[in-house]
Design a protein around this ligand. Structure first.
Ligand SMILES: C[S@@+](CC[C@H](N)C(=O)[O-])C[C@H]1O[C@@H](n2cnc3c(N)ncnc32)[C@H](O)[C@@H]1O
Length: 190
């Protein structure tokens, strides 16, 4: 295991070990260089995404609306160097940060989980993702308005969203084929 939760400060992980490990390995396998994370909280997903990109000689850009107390300290413990910004993806400051650093080889959406918040982050991701890039979405089932947003944008055709089955059994034991993490290839977006 690359990083253990107990070595960090109050991480409050929003993603599971299997989910971050999947994204870490995916970034390495696809040799992705530039990523954007929307919603870093105390840095749990940030350290994995950043580590993978840095091992590919790349960089993670990450934004959160809140200046979380231990985020910077956790980044330093992990010895990773993401470029972080405190801002709102639904306001000019956050939009500017995202647009100034585009395009991204992947984007991880894990920010505002309301229907409107997800819609906003989905639209800005579509605008700033690289050709052949990947958009990861967290909480594709069972949290806030994210699933409704996905249905709307897929026009009820969920076929282009690829669920990460490896992480399924943790949260939806009784409802397989649902999963919390999925991704979309830019070339498949309708
Ligand atoms: C579920 S947590 C992220 C968890 C983190 N990715 C992890 O794996 O531990 C969602 C984060 O999104 C942030 N957030 C909510 N609305 C936002 C917005 N409009 N712009 C930027 N960040 C936002 C919250 O402050 C919170 O830290």
């Amino acid at each position: 295991m690359l990083f253990k939760e107990e070595n960090f400060k109050d991480l409050q992980p929003g993603t599971t070990y299997k989910e971050v490990k999947f994204m870490y390995e995916f970034i390495k396998k696809h040799k992705l260089k530039k990523g954007l994370e929307i919603g870093h909280r105390q840095g749990w997903s940030t350290i994995w995404l950043s580590k993978a990109l840095e091992e590919n000689n790349g960089t993670l850009y990450t934004i959160d609306i809140k200046n979380w107390k231990n985020f910077r300290e956790n980044i330093e413990i992990a010895k990773v160097n993401p470029i972080d910004f405190i801002g709102n993806t639904q306001r000019k400051d956050g939009i500017n940060f995202i647009e100034e650093n585009k395009p991204y080889d992947f984007i991880f959406i894990d920010g505002n989980h309301s229907y409107g918040g997800f819609n906003n982050d989905w639209l800005i991701s579509k605008k700033t993702i690289n050709d052949n890039g990947y958009i990861f979405i967290h909480d594709i089932k069972g949290a806030g308005g994210v699933d409704k947003g996905i249905e709307r944008f897929c026009k009820e055709k969920l076929s282009f969203l690829i669920p990460v089955k490896e992480t399924t059994e943790e949260f939806f034991k009784d409802k397989p084929p649902f999963t919390r993490l999925g991704y979309v290839r830019e070339i498949d977006i309708p």
